[in-house]
Write a protein that binds this ligand. Structure first.
Ligand code: CA
Length: 276
């Protein structure tokens, strides 16, 4: 499976100039090295959902829960997880429909849970884009092993992706005397030298802002530019992403300013020494 380069920004182990060697060393160190990820559990049986969630959190993963198909799909769009554990029979939108919708837009690996064992159902699940499946009832150990294997596969695929040469011409765009810096080819960003863990959409937003300081962007423009033809987004999509981006920017959160009645613009604080 070919994975777009921008998936790299979603994964805690990022391949970049600073820690690429470390990530490679980690993978080379042994198969037992756990890969942490952002995981969404879509399962309407609350007890089972909670149990899976607890176990995954114990392993160090960042876990989100959804209890019906529609919320599951919405969460995929807002959280952009590294892996989705998806139950087959779900209220509102069943697992097959959810998997299809996810595949229209994302390459996120899907582990399908099914209570049925019929081969045709499993084949159908895999056809709509599930990467693996588990038949209920299953042992939690088995689920955790599958999750580990799937996350490892992402890490390996990312490693296989061609990384820009370290001596490539600098594409760093900086704002506020380097308070915020963005590398367009590496798809990495820093605030005061600290690397930011951004989702692909958050990165796209920040890159657009940093490249156009002072320009006011309408929500519609941002939707068009960053989300393109994703028909499931709303004005609130922009707002929630901006909120998350601000949070991640910490001290520089104010750089993304609200332009009332329009949308947002990017303007860093004047540094203390620059004032007159
Ligand atoms: Ca169910």
């Amino acid at each position: 499976m070919v994975r777009p380069l921008d998936r790299m920004t979603m994964f805690p182990i990022q391949i970049d100039a600073a820690n690429g060697a470390a990530a490679r060393a980690l993978n080379a160190a042994g198969w037992d090295t756990p890969s942490m990820g952002r995981i969404l559990v879509v399962e309407d049986e609350a007890d089972l959902n909670d149990l899976i969630t607890r176990q995954l959190r114990q392993e160090g993963h960042e876990v989100y829960q959804a209890f019906d198909g529609q919320v599951g799909l919405d969460t995929v769009r807002s959280v952009e997880p590294d892996l989705v554990i998806l139950d087959w029979m779900l209220p509102k939108l069943d697992g097959i429909a959810v998997a299809r919708k996810i595949r229209e837009r994302y390459v996120t690996p899907i582990l399908m849970l099914t209570a049925r064992g019929e081969e045709t159902d499993i084949v159908l699940g895999l056809e709509v884009g599930a990467d693996d499946y588990l038949t209920k009832p299953f042992r939690m150990r088995e689920l955790l092993a599958r999750v580990r294997a799937m996350l490892r596969r992402i890490a390996i695929n990312q490693e296989a992706a061609p990384a820009p040469a370290p001596d490539a011409p600098s594409d760093m765009i900086e704002a506020g005397d380097g308070a915020i810096a963005v590398s367009l080819t590496m798809r990495t960003a820093t605030a005061h030298g600290e690397e930011l863990e951004l989702t692909p959409k958050e990165f796209d937003l920040l890159a657009l802002f940093v490249q156009n300081p002072g320009r006011a962007f309408s929500r519609d423009y941002l939707l068009e530019r960053v989300w393109g033809d994703d028909v499931y987004v709303t004005d609130r999509t922009v707002d929630t992403h901006v909120q998350r981006l601000r949070k991640k920017l910490g001290d520089e959160a104010e750089a993304i300013r609200t332009v009332w009645g329009i949308g947002y613009k990017f303007q860093v604080k004047q540094s203390a020494t620059a004032g007159s």
